[in-house]
Ligand binder design. Structure first.
Ligand code: C2E
Ligand code: MG
Ligand code: MG
Length: 713
């Protein structure tokens, strides 16, 4: 391959050194030529000009590797001008001055101005001359490289917009660059260039750390200094800066000088702070989030362990029926509601209290320095009161309430999560005892919660493991005493806990969805049982079956076809099944439920409204619902004998029901007196311990077999 010859590297001495000698004395010039011609490596190509002007012309026309310049040329006004002229014409070419014996001082001065070397004419030898030329070329190259590098560095510093500092440790003098002063907001001369004036500007929270980092480097423990801190900007403001630096050490390793940079990192720091804020705050409401709240609790728990008179509380709550608001008014309004609540909570709390949004519609409040536990209740009362005021959102007047659980600090709490968990448990109790109230945690609740959890786990297998059973409670016609039918009531024979009643597990089953297989099992079993009795005791006349239904079952899409199948399979007499529903179930999802009920009616299933009077069923709903019977809740029956209004209420219900063509049944009849009263009020049916407790199937069957009426004589 034919490669072009490589050009010599610019730092290498050229093979042939092109030398210009500007010298008016022809003898001196000839001597130089002669001396140079003796040298073979490198070789010198010499051109001689005998005047300043001729020299400049030559320089203009061609390039030289070195110029030997006589200082006293007749056509140049001063030696300085000679030098300047040559430098201007060939700035990259090294210059060696030729001078007479008499003026070494001048020569030194001129060398300082940029010539590379000087030679005293008459003392020049061949080797001296060659060495001087080679040295001049070398030095010029190095100087150029250094200048480029310096320029590059200066440019980089300028580009990075960094300030520079340079500290003479031996004399404790420091230099700050103009940019350095600008960064700290002191561009004027008023700023004292001392190390103290620097350190004095450092934020008091950061100073100790900075000094420590600086000292570590000076002691040689770190490779370089790198520190971020806040520094006063102007008089009152602070900026975030980063300082880097490196110490220079003497032969003994003692630092004698230290220099470095200062950059303004305020923008990055603010961004980092924003990010950190975002990580610890809820973006919708701007409130602290769970992580930050737990952090606050951790601090408080530690504090409480050191000071036993320090009492604080955690209030945990979510909104009652927030989902309804979201579903009916849309998420945008739901969001507005959360923001509105956040602002109210902030306004109502003391500055030392903390409110956080833990997620969804869950909020938590931290309040401390309580003098007694009831202080926490007062906070809860205020929160409940404030939340009860309607919110005006997008023209909607939105009402909410909350159920609040409270935990008080005590030395047993080691982890913030435990306090929050207990507040959550207490909140659940508050909800289940009727919402819009607060409840303080007590350890009983924890036991109960654990019990609930165990139930929840075991319940999944209860149907498969055949642990459920049915009891039947007779429903009696109050005129005749005849058993009209039975209400099927489920029980669970738990392998460890014994026989459990519905209130122990039905709410859990509803929450976890386990109610669906359980409900199917109950309906199936009860239909078979009653169908059997209907056949076996046909002479007894019609026997009906009442089965309780839960909310999730009612809204489950498969309900109607399941009921149809089960009735068909069991060959239960048509028209003998009643499903018991509660008012609150019907009020949720009214339109959906309404269609569902119509479909059930087509299967000749009757609908009984259970626990009537405890919910808030409006009369207009009642009129639209295809209800057959109202079951008056036990609480009215219990109070009927006392001088309360219960009697009037039952009377009103019966009259209302009669007008709507609906029959009335009374639950929880325990005494003869109660039976007499409800009969007197023209109730159609009754049910209760007075007639019979819920019975196991065999015992219930005996009642049918005897055929005797259950009415008192
Ligand atoms: P409920 O439908 O109102 O059932 C009546 C409850 O009152 C039964 O409680 C019954 O044992 C009790 N009871 C009957 N007579 C008297 C009396 O004279 N005095 C008193 N103090 N109580 C009486 P039980 O069996 O504990 O059932 C409680 C609730 O559990 C039922 O209330 C019903 O809502 C629900 N439940 C029972 N079985 C099922 C079921 O299979 N599915 C569903 N979804 N819920 C069920
Ligand atoms: Mg019932
Ligand atoms: Mg009931």
């Amino acid at each position: 391959m034919n490669e072009p010859p490589q050009r010599p590297h610019r730092h290498q001495a050229p093979e042939e050194i092109r030398t210009l000698v500007i010298e008016d004395n022809s003898g001196d010039a000839a001597l130089i030529r002669k001396l140079l011609s003796q040298c073979q490596h490198p070789r010198f190509e010499v051109e001689i000009c005998n005047s300043f002007r001729a020299g400049l012309e030559s320089l203009e026309n061609r390039q030289f590797d070195v110029v030997l310049l006589d200082l006293s040329l007749p056509d140049s006004p001063t030696p300085l001008e000679s030098l300047g002229g040559v430098q201007d014409m060939a700035p990259k070419t090294p210059i060696i001055l030729l001078t007479g014996l008499d003026d070494p001082e001048l020569a030194t001065k001129i060398v300082r101005l940029g010539a590379q070397d000087y030679l005293v004419k008459g003392e020049v030898t061949a080797s001296l001359l060659v060495r001087s030329i080679r040295y001049a070329i070398e030095r010029k190259n190095t100087e150029d490289a250094l200048r480029t590098s310096e320029e590059r560095y200066a440019l980089a510093v300028l580009g990075a917009n960094d300030g520079l500092w340079d500290w003479d440790l031996q004399h404790n003098r420091i230099y700050f660059s103009p940019r350095w002063r600008e960064i700290v907001g002191c561009p004027s001369d008023g700023f004292d260039a001392t190390v103290e004036s620097w350190f004095n500007r450092i934020h008091s929270d950061d100073l100790e750390r900075f000094r420590w980092e600086l000292d570590s480097h000076l002691r040689g423990e770190t490779a370089h200094l790198e520190s971020e801190y806040r520094i006063r900007f102007g008089e009152n403001e602070h900026r975030w800066v980063s300082t880097r630096g490196l110490a220079l050490r003497n032969a003994k390793g003692i630092p004698v000088r230290m220099a470095g940079s200062l950059s303004d990192i305020t923008v990055r720091k603010r961004a980092e702070e924003d990010l950190a804020r975002a990580a610890l705050h809820d973006s919708l409401t701007g409130l602290p989030n769970r992580a930050l709240f737990l952090d606050r609790l951790t601090v408080a728990i530690a504090h409480a362990r050191r000071r036993d008179d320090y009492l604080f509380a955690v209030l945990f709550f979510d909104l009652d029926r927030f989902k309804n608001i979201n579903d009916s008014l849309g998420h945008a309004v739901g969001d507005q509601l959360l923001v509105s609540i956040a602002r109210r909570l902030e306004a109502l709390l003391r500055p030392s209290d903390r409110v956080a949004r833990l997620g969804g519609d869950e909020f938590a409040i931290f309040t401390d320095d309580l003098t007694e536990p009831s202080d926490a209740n007062r906070v809860a009362t205020r929160v409940l009161h404030d939340l009860a005021i309607p919110h005006d959102l997008d023209g909607h007047e939105v009402y909410t309430s909350a159920s609040i659980g409270i935990t008080l600090s005590n030395p047993d709490y080691l982890r913030p999560e435990d306090m929050l968990r207990d507040a959550d448990i207490a909140m659940y109790r508050a909800k289940s005892t009727g919402r819009a109230r607060y409840m303080a945690f007590d350890p009983e609740m924890h036991k109960r919660a654990i019990h609930q959890l165990e139930i929840e786990n075991d319940l999944r297998r209860a149907v498969e493991k055949n642990e459920l059973l049915l009891h039947y409670q007779p429903i009696v016609h109050l005129e005749t005493g005849r058993i009209e039918g039975f209400e099927a009531l489920v029980r669970w024979r738990h392998p460890e806990k014994g026989l459990l009643y519905p209130e122990d597990f039905i709410p859990v089953a509803e929450e976890t969805g386990a109610i669906l297989p359980i409900g199917r099992w109950v309906l199936d079993g009860a239909c078979r049982q009653i169908a059997q009795w209907q056949k076996r005791y046909a002479a007894y006349g019609p026997i009906c079956l009442s089965v309780n239904l839960s909310g999730p079952e009612l809204i489950h899409h498969d309900l109607v076809s399941q009921v149809r199948q089960i009735i068909a399979r069991s060959s239960l007499e048509r028209g003998s099944l009643r499903l018991e529903l509660t008012e609150s179930m019907l009020l949720q999802n009214f339109e959906l439920v309404f269609d569902r009920l119509e479909e059930l009616k087509e299967l000749a299933v009757k609908l009984h409204l259970d626990d009537f009077g405890t919910g808030y069923c409006s009369l207009s709903y009642l009129q639209r619902l295809p209800t057959d019977t109202l079951k008056i809740d036990r609480s009215f029956v219990t109070e009927i004998a006392s001088e309360s209004d219960a009697g009037h209420i039952i009377e009103a219900i019966v009259q209302l029901a009669r007008r709507l063509g609906i029959s009335v049944s009374a639950e929880g009849l325990e005494t003869k007196e109660q039976v007499e009263r409800v009969r007197g009020l023209a109730c159609n049916y009754g049910q209760g311990y007075y007639f019979s407790e819920p019975l196991d199937p065999a015992t219930a069957e005996q009642l049918l077999a005897t055929g005797a009426p259950l009415l008192p004589n």
